[in-house]
Design a protein around this ligand. Structure first.
Ligand SMILES: [Zn+2]
Length: 322
């Protein structure tokens, strides 16, 4: 099947109590690792491209890699989504350039300005059969060009969501309930430590999610910054020459719970980066003479596939929903 929008997959996910994984892609091995897992598990899939990925790999290369994946994965619906579109022009360029979904992130702007910019993107996108994700509230952390300090982050205000969705006509809404971008989602001061000395972050604000869902019944909610930063990979990185002290993420059981509620799309990027980097570091430590990129990219691709399979089955619950 050709690339699809997220409309149908979100409707089924909402009714079925699961979420679709949105995984960021930057190169061929990442596209292959993600799509091989989704194809084997018959999971609907969102491949997303950030502004940083377009700058790194070039829009055309990324679109063609995703189109290749669509041919190789005939059994699953795949959407191609722009992650954190910063302005109308970037969104337009992706809508014109083969994407089926775009995010306009004007969440750092004042409320009325966010509405105006989002509305402009929605009108253009809908005219071209493309769906739009918007954002209310601000996540802390770092993702490519989006950098927000913890003190500048704010939870979504549920009392704003009806006006925002009605006035903009957006198709899904990213909200801030305590997730955060990157591998360092929280400072040690924000966390407690468990008996193993590993940081435990503050719990997600399910009260905010429930209040938003009550005001927007049936409307798909999106969670960004939802990597869990598995400690075995952080350890593997640190044991093989890396330096990632106190990296911490969102516990998977909280994401699983969110997926059972109104959350239909969960963004996962850092966990794939960690799996890839840990595998490559370990490979070089064990095979210092290797210099053929295929020797270390092959296990790296397999690690991404395993990570995505785990997310699909144990966190998102979207296996066999294609
Ligand atoms: Zn994000």
């Amino acid at each position: 099947m050709p690339l699809v929008t997220t409309t149908e997959m979100f409707k089924k996910a909402y009714d079925g109590g699961y979420a679709i994984g949105a995984f960021n892609v930057n190169n061929m091995e990442i596209v292959q690792g993600i799509t091989e897992a989704a194809q084997e598990l018959k999971a609907p899939l969102i491949l997303q491209v950030s502004k940083g990925a377009r700058a790194y790999a070039n829009h055309t290369y990324l679109v063609k890699l995703v189109e290749a994946a669509v041919i190789e994965c005939p059994d699953i619906p795949i959407a191609l989504h722009l992650d954190h579109g910063p302005d109308f022009e970037t969104c337009k360029s992706c809508i014109d350039g083969g994407f089926t979904s775009v995010m306009i992130d004007a969440s750092s702007k004042p409320f009325q300005e966010n509405i105006e910019i989002t509305k402009q993107v929605v009108e253009y996108a809908h005219d071209h059969g493309v769906v739009v994700e918007a954002e209310l509230g601000t996540l802390a952390g770092i993702e490519d060009d989006v950098k927000v300090a913890a003190h500048a982050a704010s939870y979504t205000r549920p009392e704003e969501v009806e006006e925002f969705v009605t006035k903009t006509g957006c198709d899904s809404l990213a909200i801030a309930i305590g997730t955060s971008h990157g591998a360092y989602k929280f400072t040690a001061a924000q966390c407690t430590r468990n008996e193993k000395g590993i940081l435990v972050p503050p719990p997600l604000r399910f009260d905010v999610l429930e209040e938003v869902s009550k005001r927007l019944p049936g409307f798909p909610i999106v969670l960004h910054g939802s990597s869990s930063v598995p400690q075995e990979f952080v350890k593997l990185i640190n044991e093989n020459g890396g330096n990632m002290p106190d990296a911490v993420g969102i516990p998977e059981e909280q994401l699983r719970h969110a997926a059972e509620l109104s959350v239909c799309k969960i963004n996962i990027d850092s966990d794939l980066r960690l799996a890839m980097t840990a595998t490559i570091r370990q490979h070089f430590a064990e095979h210092p003479a290797d210099f053929d990129p295929r020797q270390y990219l092959k296990p790296a691709r397999a690690a991404i596939k395993a990570m995505v399979a785990h997310k699909i089955v144990d966190v998102l619950g979207c296996d066999h929903k294609a």
